[in-house]
Design a binder for this molecule. Structure first.
Ligand SMILES: NC(=O)C1=CN([C@@H]2O[C@H](COP(=O)(O)OP(=O)(O)OC[C@H]3O[C@@H](n4cnc5c(N)ncnc54)[C@H](OP(=O)(O)O)[C@@H]3O)[C@@H](O)[C@H]2O)C=CC1
Ligand SMILES: Cc1cn([C@H]2C[C@H](O)[C@@H](COP(=O)(O)OP(=O)(O)O[C@H]3O[C@@H](C)C(=O)[C@@H](O)[C@H]3O)O2)c(=O)[nH]c1=O
Ligand SMILES: [Mg+2]
Length: 298
């Protein structure tokens, strides 16, 4: 099975390449700028048409949450227009699209974990443009799996884990918000989940397998709790650590508003596909140890 991923250097794209390595019957290919540019729908259509994949993973996106507040037109063009083109190209080939979306489509006002059909209410430009992307993808290709994930981190690209470890190199204490709750999710786990979904769709593309699904790490915490766990693991692996000062959202001003609670229920994915991500602490430990080892002088 040939899987084509949009974006080359993104953390989910790189995780898909790593997790597919050595798996029989899976050819994982990535394509990004300049050949596939989400700003240019024709380039997206042409790149996908030419490669004739059996499944498209629409992973590339405008992901700079604060920057999107000042750059809404570009974020919308990429996250909705670009996503629509990828889904449409897949539809023309008659193949499914797995499209990545985000917990930031929710307002954060709910007390419990969000279900797939809970009302959306994005608080940020990024969240609004990603929601527009969900609508565009669903409209362009009936064979869509929209995967909302959250708080992604990995050994690759830019993410919260790498930011915390980098800051701890020069600081003994770091202020981190303790009043926003969600599910830290390893991009390597997201890649495993996507591979599971791809195999299930190839085996039996029944109607219940399409639609919106939540895929996130099992268990939840605050950003402060996440940071504390990162430093416990890093310290035990001989890496950098800092004290976490628990602060409120008001004490950490930012352009974009983040949801106070964006915990995602992953029961639908478990029910329909029989797959759930590991506990976030286990995956966090793996990735922190790997980053510490990779940084250690040899
Ligand atoms: N990171 C997170 O915490 C979360 C991410 N998601 C979603 O998951 C998906 C993947 O996220 P992640 O891997 O973390 O993202 P990254 O920010 O790591 O990567 C984004 C990718 O998109 C590419 N890209 C951006 N603009 C364009 C464009 N105009 N044309 C082509 N490619 C472009 C980038 O290319 P280049 O390498 O050239 O810059 C990069 O490869 C996104 O849809 C995101 O919205 C959902 C929830 C959480
Ligand atoms: C770096 C830092 C962040 N924070 C806060 C700010 C924010 O509320 C929270 C996370 O900050 P970040 O900028 O890393 O996260 P952010 O860019 O908001 O992360 C989001 O990215 C997009 C792409 C998604 O789809 C979301 O699921 C989510 O992962 O932690 C601190 O309190 N202290 C710090 O030192
Ligand atoms: Mg960020």
């Amino acid at each position: 099975m040939k899987i084509l991923v949009t974006g080359r250097e993104g953390q989910i794209a790189r995780s898909l390449v790593e997790q597919a390595r050595g798996r029989p019957n899976i050819v994982m290919e990535t394509v990004g700028r300049p050949e596939l540019d989400l700003v240019k729908p024709e380039s997206v259509m042409a790149a996908i048409r030419e490669r004739k994949p059996d499944l498209v993973v629409s992973a590339a996106a405008y992901t700079a949450v604060d920057q999107a507040e000042d750059d809404v037109d570009m974020a919308l063009t990429v996250n909705a227009g670009g996503a629509r083109a990828a889904a449409k190209a897949a539809a023309e080939l008659g193949v499914p699209v797995v499209h990545l979306s985000t917990d930031y489509v929710f307002s954060g006002d709910k007390a419990g974990a969000y279900l797939e059909d809970d009302p959306v209410g994005p608080q940020s430009a990024y969240g609004r443009t990603k929601l527009a992307g969900e609508v565009a993808v669903a409209d362009a290709n009936p064979k869509h799996v929209i995967l909302r994930t959250a708080w992604a981190y990995s050994p690759f690209g830019r993410n919260f884990v790498k930011t915390m470890l980098a800051q701890a190199q020069t600081r003994s204490s770091i202020g981190v918000v303790c009043d926003q709750f969600g599910n830290p999710t390893s991009a390597l786990d997201i890649a495993d989940g996507i591979l599971h979904i791809a195999r299930a769709l190839a085996a039996m593309p029944s109607a219940d397998k399409f639609g919106i699904f939540h895929l996130a790490g099992t268990g939840s915490t605050s950003w402060a709790g996440f940071a504390e766990n990162i430093f416990v693991e890093s310290r035990s692996a001989g890496g950098p650590f800092a004290a976490v000062q628990r602060i409120s959202t008001a004490e950490y001003p930012s352009k974009a508003k983040r949801p106070a609670n964006s915990r995602l229920s992953t029961d639908k994915l478990a029910r329909v596909y029989g797959w759930r991500a590991p506990d976030w602490r286990l995956s966090c430990a793996d990735i922190v140890r790997r980053l510490v080892q990779e940084a250690a002088p040899t």
